[in-house]
Design a protein around this ligand. Structure first.
Ligand SMILES: *Cc1c(COP(=O)(O)O)cnc(C)c1O
Length: 340
């Protein structure tokens, strides 16, 4: 039987032959001593792209987000984010554990926040209230079915944070998907954010790694926190080389993943077992199963036909397209969807 077509996540990709070649020939050194030139190259390449001063290579997106939150808060502060936010839901309670901060959860539209939603939730200075010190946005929104912000939506949020003295961090695990979908330029992002996390191991197809971008001062602080988190790596240039290769070869092709997601969504919309599909903007398809159907039963049926995906709730199923999904696999999946 053919191997499963794996839509569980865009993290399941394997390095391509070209990427492995780039990894094997990387120049490396001890990065804790600051001697790995490939890590430095990756950090400055991304910082340059996003017009920020400095970058820091970390093992995961969870680590870059949690380091940023630690940099931008003090214990007893409050972090403002959407209720679907990865930093809140999927990072193991890290905000409480590492930063000793509370979280104020907002109800955005598919995870997308506005200044109108944020402003009333910023606490005044009062001895009773935690100090609101940080807003976190996610672009694209994972649990929002890959919904994205464009820069016109981000600018007024930045202005509000500036006026109120709050920092603004971007969980940009899938920022390149958002850039491809909106046509915004990476270089215009730098001026709006104090920190940006970018994953290399999602749609970009690298095996490991995420980079935190910020000011020189922020990154200096972040290096120390990364060490305390156990994230100081030695000859990490082998991994950074995969990241550089991904940035050079796997960004433009993300539009193919978006077209694939749209094709899956089109097929699903026609099916009687589907109640609705979230509008597809990038590489994530989330659909709700119709009355009388269970999401996990449908996931099981798909699995028996060689298609792997997952539930995001009792009635919702998620499929994520990526580098290792070919047009033939999309055709095959649509056949299965139609005959389920
Ligand atoms: C995947 C992801 C992360 C980071 O996840 P890691 O598995 O720790 O690299 C952060 N934010 C979002 C929105 C994600 O989807």
């Amino acid at each position: 039987m053919a191997a499963k077509i794996d839509f569980r996540s865009d993290t399941v990709t394997r390095p391509t032959a070209g990427m492995i070649e780039a990894m094997m020939t990387a120049k490396v050194g001890d990065d804790v001593y600051g001697e790995d030139e490939t890590v430095k190259e990756l950090e400055s390449k991304l910082a340059g792209l996003f017009n920020m001063e400095a970058g820091l290579f970390c093992p995961s997106g969870t680590m870059t987000n949690q380091i940023a939150i630690k940099c931008f808060t003090q214990p007893m502060d409050e972090v403002i984010c959407d209720q679907t936010a990865h930093v809140y839901r999927y990072e193991g309670g890290g905000i409480a554990y590492h930063s000793m901060a509370s979280v104020r959860l907002l109800n955005g539209t598919r995870g997308i926040l506005t200044p109108e939603l944020i402003e009333p939730e910023i606490n005044e200075q009062n001895i009773h209230y935690p100090n609101s010190s940080l807003v976190v946005l996610e672009n694209t929104v994972n649990k929002g079915g890959g919904a994205c912000y464009n820069l016109n939506q981000i600018e007024p949020i930045h202005t509000l944070c500036n006026i109120k003295g709050l920092k603004l961090h971007l969980d940009g695990a899938r920022i390149f998907n958002a850039l491809i979908a909106t046509g915004d330029q990476a270089k215009d992002y730098g001026k709006y954010f104090d920190g940006i996390s970018i994953c290399l191991s999602k749609g970009l197809g690298a095996p490991v790694g995420s980079v935190l971008l910020g000011s020189k001062e922020t990154i200096q602080k972040a290096v120390k926190i990364r060490k305390a988190f156990g994230g100081g790596m030695r000859q990490a240039g082998f991994l950074a080389a995969a990241g550089i290769y991904a940035l050079d070869h796997h960004v433009d092709r993300l539009k193919t993943d978006h077209q694939h997601a749209l094709a899956l969504s089109g097929a699903l919309q026609e099916m009687s077992y589907v109640a609705g599909v979230m509008p597809v903007e990038t590489n994530i398809v989330i659909f709700e199963v119709a009355e009388g159907f269970k999401a996990d039963a449908i996931v099981h049926q798909l699995s028996e036909k060689g298609i792997a995906c997952g539930t995001t709730g009792p009635k919702t199923i998620r499929l994520v397209t990526h580098l290792d999904v070919t047009p033939e696999m999309i055709d095959r999946t649509i056949e299965v969807i139609k005959n389920l």
